[in-house]
Ligand binder design. Structure first.
Ligand code: GLC
Length: 356
């Protein structure tokens, strides 16, 4: 692509200089005969325009919530959340812009080509997307907990592409408020070297039917923010949004016993967060790729004021830098909403949506 751009740049400059000579020798330079020449740096390379669109598509995601532990559980409901219509209404009313829907597609897909996906999961996901759209929420669907590909990436790569070929064909006529995220948290044997070889196959399968859909992709090591620079993205696909997950410091966010007492909030804690996000922003600016924090959250056993402080700080630092985000999660172990009485945990909601 770079070579093509370079050649078209050279060709255009040649044409412009030939044009100028023609104009100066054969046509008297009147105001009407010689329109102002376009600035070549603004007109030759289509990438900046398309990137503006990708950044806009990322802003469209805005603030989101993960419907975690529902459709990526072994069966929906087994991990505490069975999706209901009123949740979408409550999420929209609280001021969120989108939902991220983790889905264990691999559990519904045959093991052999063409890896046929069972119609019943499509039916359920159709309903989820319909509910979200009915409440004016954008939707991210992903491939979550595809454990086999983390262990045997080379042999499962074709299956990931086969799964996406079907999902993409099924949703090809849906509006751009539906976003595809190729794979949650590449990890273990799915390291950056292998991941950079594998994800283009899934992306190509998506592009067969969805040339314009925004596709989300993140780096290895569980979508670690410090691994963004290991991603090798196709330069000619400008409809990509890059994601990372943020649970730092892990010993604070993942305390799951009430007796543990790691706190957060010193100046040094905040500086560490800012340093991580500054580095991410520098990468995003240099690569012209918008950033989406697809997950960040604190376990529900952590005292609520500490959770609220961490959530509001991460949220504010993200928004300062133009990152979109989705909190982990809606109503289970990292939840911000209690399912049984349909109530938000107010300090947490305020931390995320200050106007609420
Ligand atoms: C993750 C996962 C998610 C998990 C959460 C909390 O790394 O993507 O499935 O429940 O973070 O640990």
């Amino acid at each position: 692509m770079k070579t093509r751009i370079f050649f078209s740049l050279v060709t255009l400059l040649l044409l412009l200089s030939v044009g100028c000579q023609t104009v100066s020798t054969s046509v008297p330079p009147t105001e009407t005969a010689v329109p102002p020449l376009p600035n070549p740096t603004n007109t030759i390379d289509p990438i900046p325009t398309l990137n503006t669109q990708a950044f806009a598509a990322n802003q469209n995601l805005g603030r989101g919530v993960n419907l975690g532990n529902a459709l990526e559980a072994p069966s929906e409901g087994a991990w505490g959340l069975y999706l209901q219509e009123q949740y979408f209404a409550d999420i929209a009313a609280a001021g969120f812009d989108h939902v991220r829907v983790p889905i264990r597609w691999s559990a519904y897909a045959d093991l052999e080509p063409p890896y046929t996906i069972k119609p019943r999961i499509f039916k359920r996901i159709d309903w989820v997307i319909e509910q979200a759209f009915a409440h004016n929420l954008a939707v991210v669907i992903n491939v979550h907990h595809f454990e086999a590909i983390m262990q045997q990436p080379e042999t499962q790569a074709e299956r990931l592409a086969g799964i996406w070929r079907q999902i993409a064909a099924h949703y090809q006529d849906y509006p751009n408020d539906l976003y595809f995220e190729i794979l949650n948290e590449p990890q273990d044997n799915l390291n950056s070297e292998v991941w950079n070889k594998i994800f283009p196959q899934a992306l190509a399968a998506i592009r067969e039917t969805n040339p314009e859909r925004y596709v989300i992709i993140g780096p290895d090591t569980w979508n670690n923010v410090n691994r963004l620079n290991t991603l090798t993205l196709p330069a000619d696909d400008r409809r990509l949004i890059v994601t990372f997950h943020y649970y730092s410091p892990h010993e604070f966010t993942h305390q799951d016993t009430p007796s543990s007492s790691t706190t957060w909030g010193t100046e040094a804690d905040v500086s560490a967060l800012q340093a991580d996000f500054d580095a991410a922003l520098a990468w995003s600016t240099a690569e012209q790729r918008p950033l989406y924090i697809g997950e960040f959250g604190v376990h529900a056993t952590v005292p609520e004021p500490s959770r609220a402080l961490w959530l509001s700080t991460v949220r504010a630092e993200a928004e300062k830098r133009g990152f979109s985000w989705a909190v982990w999660d809606f109503g289970t172990d990292f939840g911000i909403y209690t399912l049984h009485n349909r109530k938000w945990k107010d300090p947490l909601l305020k931390a995320l949506i200050p106007e609420s």
